[in-house]
Design a protein around this ligand. Structure first.
Ligand code: ZN
Length: 218
């Protein structure tokens, strides 16, 4: 059996900067020096596009925090979004087991494809998910806005957030005794939302809870 390449984790200390997991991408494996790069949405996990990078474009991507490819048609470095303003903001760079393919997890600032589609595979990337909600909640915490209810919860602190979770749980209990579908689902949504806020306030992710459940399921 082939040995697994040990992966070295380098965390960049700046709080909101992307992290690199790698890395010795081996560009010499390609005669033209161009390595395939899979771009994946860091929140939805949808595959957004495939591009190519040479060493220089990877270095620029890492420095700028925006994805820069080597365009085979233009034969030059091409920062995605340089004309459309639809950039790919880098969250994580990972090299594969053979050091010859890159996976970049990124946050797109607009539609990714030149056709205007969300992804180059014409998939819808705007669908709502708990992961997406969790990402929005994290953003409201890290970049507070005066008009955001979520930001105001974080500003009030952990006691208030925990209290809200308790209140919403009680409201759900009360609704569960009645037969009003709309009110029951609304209270269930309120509880789930405040639960995610509480996890975020404690610096945990939903995945941490899922890991505990998975462990129990074994
Ligand atoms: Zn495309």
């Amino acid at each position: 059996m082939k040995g697994v390449t040990p992966v070295k984790l380098i965390r960049i200390p700046k709080a909101d900067k992307h992290k690199i997991i790698c890395m010795n991408p081996d560009f010499s494996k390609y005669t033209d020096g161009l390595m395939p790069v899979i771009i994946q949405d860091s929140i939805s996990n949808k595959v957004l596009m495939l591009g190519f990078m040479n060493e220089e474009s990877l270095a620029k991507t890492n420095t700028d925090g925006k994805v820069t490819f080597f365009s085979r048609s233009k034969q030059r470095l091409w920062t995605k979004g340089e004309t459309s303003n639809n950039f790919l903001l880098v969250k994580e760079i990972i090299v594969d087991c053979d050091n010859d393919t890159l996976l970049i997890k990124a946050s797109p600032t607009g539609p990714v494809c030149h056709t205007g589609a969300d992804t180059c595979f014409n998939e819808n990337n705007s669908s709502f998910s708990l992961e997406k909600l969790e990402g929005i909640i994290a953003d409201r915490k890290n970049n507070p806005s005066a008009s955001s209810y979520t930001s105001s919860l974080f500003a009030k602190g952990i006691n208030k957030i925990a209290q809200k979770v308790g209140e919403e749980a009680v409201e759900l209990v009360i609704e569960s005794k009645d037969d009003n579908k709309e009110k029951f689902l609304s209270e269930a949504a309120d509880l789930l939302y405040h639960y995610l806020v509480l996890l975020q306030a404690k610096n945990y992710k939903l995945q941490d809870v899922i890991n505990v459940l998975a462990q129990r399921h074994k």
